[in-house]
Design a binder for this molecule. Structure first.
Ligand SMILES: CCCCCCC/C=C/C(=O)SCCNC(=O)CCNC(=O)[C@H](O)C(C)(C)COP(=O)(O)OP(=O)(O)OC[C@H]1O[C@@H](n2cnc3c(N)ncnc32)[C@H](O)[C@@H]1OP(=O)(O)O
Length: 731
């Protein structure tokens, strides 16, 4: 709804729909009714539209998208009614003016804002376009070039930047009273002509350059938003603002939003939006313990052990989160000096770019406390161990931490696959131990996979979850198993793509198909980028690599299971990827590391096939997608079945934020939901029947089988509940 009042000739329409004043049908109706009152009241000479509470308006109510077109006034209608008002309207912006909220402001005749306000047209991130005139009004205010930048990427901008380019007419200090300031501003414009204040009537300044600008953004969008439809539709709609009169441009915009709303990509992106918020409400499956009934321990002093790649990133994340005391312990002098230098350089960079102020930078540097022995950690609230991935080294460290740290200290291990329970058992209080799996580089990557050990106390879990959120990370709680959720699932992707190389595909073909699906890089380029030796080290641990096999051992089998040694040959021939002179699955040439196919790799694959008498066959794109992605989905169901993740959203967040799974498909589980579970199961069963016990990743998940058998194609939101009911009724 919207509240209405009048103050000194100025009518105030305040949006009132906590927490973020989304433009639900009630709010839109409220604005319209208030506008009518203001227009009819002869004592009113100007109108202010503002937001109650913490923000102006975050845009259309995403939960009402399905009925958006049906109820009067829809946003599309409301903005034109506002703009044509005979009385001047001032938008008073504090907090956020996002999406439809900014479109409402663009339809007002003036816009004022607190300097702390943020503005954006982020609809593209929900797979749609700013369909309430945003694609037609913004270019008339700031030109085609800036509009394409704002709309095709959907990023947020400060009020000051918006003022610099002409969106905001007046900025007030962040501590000003926005309503009071806007009312005074409205009084100052009473009686002024509204000609030139109706944005839809303005010409587009850089219209003549539209083709050139369009080409530039098509290139950028093609690279940055691979496979996503909405960014291109946004560009097209903005182009129409340059080429057509406003009314005709609006018709094109309308066609654009009708095509996008309800599309699979938009559904996926909206699912992601809510998943990112839902995940804050963590729960331990089957226990009743959750974020609502468990309080975190107060954390003021944190320590990080190890200043390698992971440790440095973790320290930076803690500093950015505002932790005022971060002890760093690295016993190797060179690693310590390099680590501290790295951290300081990154902070310098943030300050130079204006991401943080000089004062903030200094206080972050002051917060860093190098320590040289375990004793110095005795009053630390949270210790994050980030040393080399070795069980014995980690156990050694936890045994010492267990002796010196105070009993309430939370002891976290940053491991990507090791058993958190085994580490916990060396301490006198295993309930204080938890896993915090960061992704490299930890100060950049948004994902944190927190691992609850079987003994971790609810309070300790709550503390790790809370710390992740303080660091601004998408923090997901998972159970303890080898590889946790992400690495456990992703393994199958690499295993099965390598099998396709044996059978007839080549790395470039696999990568092209995966990139077309939406991955920023294919499986083989990712291997080259992160280093093919990482997987090799892991396989070495399990005595699987080519070199570890006794003479005469079958080349294509390990421990009775199908195995492809091509990745081993690659590493054993020194092709680790980018870092080994640009040689990996591909060859990277020149300063720009241009990816080229390397005949040496092709010959290696061909001779391996000949040696093993494999007759190569043609593998098409559909097969590549199914075989690369379906085993991973199958594993996702096994993870749900075991309670390692409590719902599919958690799995999807991990794959999207940690493994570059394309966001516009919603992650593997949502993708499975879009394809339909019966088809997913059919394909998995076909492969399982062909492959049998030698390829266990194709063994259908029991949960998937039960869901399809008992419910056909149930909605993703009901999977875990239906599974629980089925299991309970079988007991
Ligand atoms: C003919 C018809 C034409 C139709 C044209 C339609 C054209 C317009 C389309 C749009 O406007 S689409 C919406 C565009 N806006 C957004 O995408 C903004 C989304 N929100 C955010 O990015 C963030 O919420 C924020 C604004 C940056 C604020 O972040 P903050 O961390 O402060 O709060 P949150 O935890 O994210 O949100 C609090 C609470 O509010 C819910 N929520 C947020 N935005 C919306 C929304 N647009 N609609 C409905 N609900 C929203 C969010 O889910 C949180 O809920 P809880 O988790 O607390 O339940």
């Amino acid at each position: 709804m919207a509240n209405y009042s009048v103050r000194n000739q100025v009518a105030i329409i305040s949006l009132c729909s906590p927490p973020v004043n989304a433009l639900s049908s009630d709010v839109r109706r409220g604005i319209l009714d208030s506008l009518k009152k203001a227009e009819q009241d002869v004592k009113v000479a100007a109108i202010v539209i503002c937001g109650e509470g913490r923000t102006f308006c975050v845009g259309a109510d995403i939960t009402e998208f399905k009925s958006e077109f049906k109820t009067f006034p829809n946003l599309f209608e409301l903005v034109d009614i506002l703009e044509s008002s005979p009385k001047p309207i001032v938008a008073a912006i504090h907090g956020h003016a996002f999406g439809g909220g900014l479109e409402v402001a663009l339809a007002c005749h003036y816009r004022v804002a607190l300097s702390s306000a943020k503005l954006a047209l982020p609809e593209v991130k929900l797979g749609i376009l700013p369909g309430a005139g945003g694609t037609q009004r913004l270019p008339r205010l700031i030109g085609i070039d800036s509009s394409m930048q704002w709309i095709a990427f959907g990023d947020e901008y400060s009020a000051q930047i918006a003022a610099n380019i002409g969106i905001i007419d007046r900025i007030f200090p962040s501590n000003a009273d926005i309503l009071e300031s806007a009312v005074q501003y409205a009084q100052s414009i009473i009686g002024k002509s509204l000609i030139n204040r109706r944005v839809s009537k303005l010409p587009v300044k850089d219209a003549s350059k539209v083709s050139h600008i369009m080409e530039k953004y098509k290139q950028i969008v093609g690279k940055k938003s691979r496979g996503a439809i909405a960014p291109m539709v946004c560009l097209e709609a903005i182009k129409h603002a340059a080429l057509l009169p406003y009314v005709e441009g609006m018709k094109k915009e309308r066609m654009g939003i009708e095509a996008l709303m309800g599309s699979d990509q938009s559904k996926s992106l909206i699912y992601m939006f809510f998943a990112e918020r839902q995940v804050r409400n963590w729960t331990i499956p089957g226990t009743g313990i959750n974020s609502k009934n468990t309080k975190p321990i107060k954390v003021e002093k944190v320590a990080v052990i190890g200043l390698g790649t992971m440790g440095r990133g973790i320290v930076l994340s803690l500093l950015k989160a505002g932790i005022k005391h971060v002890s760093v312990m690295e016993l190797n002098k060179t690693a310590r000096e390099n680590g501290l230098l790295f951290i300081k350089n990154i902070l310098e960079g943030y300050a130079a770019r204006g991401t943080i102020s000089e004062t903030q930078k200094r206080s972050m540097v002051d917060a860093l406390k190098p320590v040289s022995n375990f004793e110095m950690l005795k009053d630390t609230d949270l210790v994050i161990e980030a040393v080399f991935e070795s069980m014995s080294i980690k156990k050694d460290i936890f045994a010492k931490l267990g002796q010196v740290c105070k009993p309430s200290a939370v002891l976290a291990t940053n491991t990507s696959a090791l058993d958190v329970d085994e580490i916990a058992m060396v301490t006198p209080k295993p309930k204080q131990v938890v896993g915090m799996h960061f992704f490299a580089p930890a100060h950049v990557m948004k994902l944190l996979e927190n691992v609850r050990g079987s003994k971790s106390s609810p309070q300790v879990i709550a503390t790790a979850m809370n710390m992740g959120q303080r660091m601004g990370k998408v923090t997901v709680l998972v159970g303890n198993c080898h590889g946790f959720v992400g690495n456990r699932m992703f393994r199958h992707y690499t295993v099965e793509t390598d099998f396709m190389l044996e059978e007839g595909a080549y790395p470039e073909q696999v990568d092209t198909v995966l990139k077309k699906f939406g991955f920023a890089m294919g499986r083989y380029q990712v291997g080259d980028l992160s280093g093919n030796d990482i997987g090799y080290r892991m396989r070495t641990k399990f005595e699987m690599t080519n070199k570890q096999q006794p003479p005469g051992a079958p080349e294509r089998e390990r421990h009775g299971v199908r195995y492809c040694p091509l990745a081993d040959f690659l590493v054993e021939s020194g092709r680790l990827g980018y870092k080994s002179d640009g040689k990996g699955w591909f060859r990277y040439l020149g300063k720009n590391r241009e990816l080229t196919v390397d005949n040496e790799v092709t010959s290696m694959i061909d001779s391996y096939r000949r040696r093993n008498k494999i007759v190569p066959r043609k593998i098409n794109g559909e097969e590549i997608i199914e075989r690369a992605l379906y085993p991973l989905i199958n594993e996702g169901f096994k993870i749900l079945e075991e309670g390692i993740a409590s719902n599919p959203m958690e799995i999807d967040l991990i794959l999207v934020h940690g493994y570059a799974w394309p966001r516009h498909t919603g992650g593997p589980m949502f993708y499975a939901h879009l394809i339909g579970l019966p088809k997913i199961l059919r394909v998995i069963e076909r492969h399982w029947n062909n492959a049998g016990l030698r390829e266990p990743h194709w063994e259908p998940s029991k949960m998937l089988v039960r869901l399809v058998k008992n419910h056909g194609n149930p909605d993703i939101m009901s999977w875990t509940t239906l599974e629980r009911e089925t299991v309970r009724s079988a007991l």
